[in-house]
Design a protein around this ligand. Structure first.
Ligand code: GLC
Ligand code: CA
Length: 570
């Protein structure tokens, strides 16, 4: 079967973002420049050459704004300044300049669904009283019941509990309720209010003027709620456990009104494009946990966002048929609207794929693992993770890498419960362990305190690092032939050399149900690259005359063992 995967991407005037590999930096946990146990912007800047050497095109930095850190910075109190924990605006400017010098583009995180309750707008809304202009920037409602002491509707928060919090009015009486689809410290903005639109246009410009190349847009499917905020059936909830019911049937998600916002933002970004030169494109990428997948394509129509995360791909079970289906659907759905497909296996909200794939195939994905939960098989997990990455990096379009996956880092599956930071743990009444296990600081130097994450001896890192991270530190893998780090470098280099990000994908028949076989052809390249992933227990004999470019594990002779991906030319 042939699918014309990415017709626009095959054009030689390819825009940089159509095949970019983008590395997610979670600033609290990447590099600590001042030794206080929390990562920061000077730490990131100092380590940027590592990313140039890794071979990525861009970085996306999770929020670094002023924040009380109730949700690790996804609760923003001031969108136009840096939290002192991370540094200063001057540090952000220096980071952007250094990245550009190294040939790396910079995307930042935009959090438009909610502010922090410590944002000046929310504080003004509390003070101003019902019906005021200040309250109308958020979703305040009167309660139900005779005393207004019942919440306005029955929606559940993503982090557990309900979405409504009742306030005390300035005169001390029990007051209105406000909506927070995440933590109680993250009040949702009212996107029906033009003032909110104006504020975010100015935030976009503030950062575009400072030179950022684009934005990852947080909760892009949640900003507009259905009119009247109607009650829902208990069965239509959604959270990071994934696999919700079709999200547009829930009045909190994927409402059509969000698309007007992105059309507006696209116009703002295009003001920054110079003479139609795609090298000057600034981009938007949607974080939209939307099902079914066809709905995702709507976010990347040519007048809206440039990319959307492909969470159906992240969620797909480790099986040839499931992966073939989601890859085929992705190329079709994104291709139909002229957008590049994107691919992602890990981020700061999900179990790291080196651990996730260590559970039996098809099992539901948990949100966080505790010491007494069933543990993933680390050997199987890492083996599959490497094979999965080698497959992902061959796919046409853009790929996202989450910090530390290039070291094969597993989830920290035994963070002591009293050290947990994710608000999910408390809000779910200690039933969901939350996302701390994928947010552990990066190990840079195996023999140093905190494995080289910080500078000072004896400082605790903000989340504890498991001992196994020492052996996986960057310095332990650099130059080591079969290490995960060198594997990433090799595949990233080959992906670039063979222009796979803008190649044309066809499925190769004849390998049976337990093998994924795809051919990538590029009109400017003499040789096709054939990619094989073997899911079967039995090893697969490579085709006669094949030349191996690289494999996710060292091959014993000419056979491809189970859970291994190889790139060959034939
Ligand atoms: C997004 C972020 C997540 C955050 C949530 C609320 O899903 O990725 O980390 O908790 O939005 O801002
Ligand atoms: Ca620090």
């Amino acid at each position: 079967m042939t699918i014309d995967s990415n017709p626009i991407a095959r054009d030689s005037s390819l825009a940089w973002w159509r095949d970019a590999v983008i590395y997610q930096v979670y600033p609290r946990s990447w590099a600590d420049g001042n030794g206080d146990g929390i990562g920061d912007l000077p730490g990131i800047t100092a380590r940027l050459p590592y990313l140039r050497d890794l071979g990525v095109d861009a970085i996306w930095i999770s929020p670094f704004y002023v924040s009380p850190m109730a949700d690790a910075g996804y609760d923003v109190a001031n969108y136009k300044d840096i939290d002192p924990l991370f540094g200063s605006l001057a540090d952000a400017d220096a980071l952007i300049v250094s990245a550009k010098d190294l040939g790396l583009r910079v995307l930042i995180d935009l959090v438009p669904n909610h502010t922090s309750d410590e944002h000046e707008w929310f504080q003004a809304a509390l003070a101003a009283g019902p019906g005021s202009r200040e309250r109308n920037r958020y979703l305040f409602r009167d309660g139900q019941g005779t005393d207004g002491d019942e919440p306005p509707n029955n929606w559940d928060s993503v982090f557990g509990g309900g979405v409504w919090e009742r306030i005390t009015e300035a005169d001390g009486t029990p007051g209105q309720w406000y909506m927070h689809i995440f933590d109680v410290k993250q009040p949702d903005l009212n996107w029906e209010n033009p003032e909110v639109h104006e504020m975010f246009r100015s935030v976009l410009r503030f950062w575009l003027d400072r030179g950022v190349d684009g934005f990852r847009v947080d909760v892009a499917h949640g900003m507009v709620k259905a009119a009247g905020l109607p009650d829902v059936d208990a069965s239509t909830t959604f959270n990071f456990e994934g696999r919700p019911v079709p999200t547009n049937s829930h009045p909190m998600w994927d409402q059509d009104g969000v698309h007007e916002i992105y059309q507006d933002w696209r116009r703002v970004l295009e003001e920054y494009n110079t003479n139609g030169d795609p090298a000057t494109d600034r981009i938007l990428c949607a974080e939209a946990w939307v099902e079914p997948m066809d709905r995702l394509g709507r976010y990347v129509r040519s007048d809206q966002m440039h990319q959307s995360f492909n969470f159906p791909y992240l969620d797909a079970p480790w099986r040839a048929a499931d992966l073939q289906e989601v890859i085929t659907d992705s190329l079709r759905i994104f291709g139909d609207v002229g957008a590049p497909a994107s691919w992602v296996l890990s981020n700061h909200d999900v179990i790291r794929h080196a651990s996730r794939l260590g559970y039996p195939v098809g099992e539901e994905r948990p949100i966080g693992i505790g010491a007494d939960d069933s543990q993933p098989n680390a050997i199987v997990g890492l083996r599959r993770a490497r094979a999965a990455t080698a497959l992902m990096l061959a796919l046409p379009g853009s790929a996202y890498i989450y910090q530390g996956e290039e070291l094969g880092l597993p989830e920290h599956t035994a963070v002591p419960d009293d050290l947990r930071q994710d608000p999910m743990w408390e809000r779910t009444g200690h039933t969901s362990r939350g996302r701390d296990g994928c947010r552990i600081p990066m190990p840079w130097v195996g023999g140093e305190p905190a494995y080289g994450f910080g500078t000072a001896e004896g400082t605790d890192t903000w989340l504890p690092m498991p001992e196994i991270y020492g052996a996986l530190a960057v310095d332990r893998q650099e130059g080591v032939a079969d290490s995960t780090l060198e594997m990433y470098r090799t595949f990233l280099r080959l992906r670039r050399e063979h222009q796979l990000g803008s190649a044309h994908l066809t499925w190769v028949e004849g390998y049976g149900n337990d093998v994924l076989a795809l051919r990538l052809s590029h009109r400017d390249m003499a040789d096709d690259v054939v990619v094989l992933t073997n899911f079967a227990v039995e090893a697969l004999e490579l085709p006669a005359g094949a030349t191996v470019l690289a494999s996710s594990h060292r091959l014993p002779g000419t056979a491809l063992p189970q859970d291994t991906t190889v790139w060959i030319t034939d």
